[in-house]
Design a protein around this ligand. Structure first.
Ligand code: ATP
Ligand code: MG
Length: 262
């Protein structure tokens, strides 16, 4: 795929990024002159104490929030000073989000949830959208669950639907904010293995926020530690070198009778 051929070049560049919130008389500097460069095809973990600015960073990268000042360039697009329509277009075409609380639309099936960003992009016919959504759900091991609504899925399955949805428009940048925060440790492992395989096998660029230093150091190839809205430390991750293969991890998550009850 084309992303891998461009690996190694700069995808994200932040220079002197500030994001301040007025809070009564005081200003909270959620991002305080942040400088950060991320290469295409890399898998970056962001750690740091609560309140250090991790989610703010992700929201700025994803065009969900605008910095107060500084320079943000993602895949050649400058984000500062964009209109809300321009940011919405940027979010649709360039980024995929994975959230702690999944953020699926409750009354839509898994297939419809995954097809939703395709519908918003407006490029494919309804049947082509269904076909792509089906393929994406198969990619995350949920080909048998396409008709289930979120309430009819386990937490791990919901997050896999959210991962499939995040991939729908083939984004340059995947952003995950505590994607395993609501999952038990075994399911968390399978989700992390899946996210890691998107990096390893598909060459995707991923920025993952986690409060779990061990998780970041195990799965991510680079670990950035934030403090007071800045990068405090920037080091290599990938401690384990290898984790259990995705299929095994997925098999571990499913109950024994999971395939026969749909
Ligand atoms: N809408 C807001 N208004 C005022 N202050 C805010 C707002 N959003 C975030 N902040 C402040 O900005 C700082 C950074 O918040 P952020 O959510 O980025 O932290 P975080 O590192 O993601 O923390 P956590 O690990 O708890 O999720 C915090 O001090 C927070 O209180
Ligand atoms: Mg946060």
């Amino acid at each position: 795929m084309s992303e891998t051929t461009k690996q190694g070049e700069t995808l994200v560049e932040l220079v002197g990024v500030e994001r301040s919130y007025a809070f009564g008389e005081t200003q909270v500097r959620a991002l305080a002159g942040l400088d950060l460069t991320i290469q295409r095809g890399s898998f970056v973990g962001v750690i740091g104490r609560s309140g250090s600015g991790k989610s703010t960073l992700l929201n700025v990268l994803g065009g969900l929030d605008q910095p107060s000042s500084g320079q943000v360039l993602v895949d050649g697009t400058p984000l500062l000073g964009r209109s809300s329509d321009q940011l919405a277009a940027y979010r649709r075409t360039t980024v995929g989000f994975i959230f702690q609380s999944f953020n699926l639309v409750p009354h839509l099936t898994a297939l419809e949830n995954v097809a939703l960003p395709l519908r918003l992009a407006g490029e494919l016919s309804p049947s082509a959208r269904r076909k792509r959504a089906q393929e994406l759900l198969e990619r995350v091991g949920l080909g048998e669950r396409t008709g289930h609504r979120p309430s009819e899925l386990s937490g791990g399955e919901r997050q896999r639907v959210a991962i499939a949805r995040a991939l729908a428009n083939d984004p340059s940048l995947l952003l995950a904010d505590e994607p395993t925060g609501n999952l038990d440790s075994r399911t968390a492992q399978s989700i992390m293995a899946m996210i890691q395989s998107l990096h390893r096998d598909e060459g995707r660029t991923i920025v993952l926020v986690t409060h779990d230093t061990h998780q970041a150091e195990t799965y991510c190839e680079r670990v950035i530690e934030m403090a007071d809205g800045k990068v405090k430390d920037d080091r290599r991750g990938g401690k384990s070198g290898g984790v259990e293969p995705v299929q095994e991890a997925l098999a571990g998550e499913a109950p024994a009778d999971a395939e026969s009850d749909s």
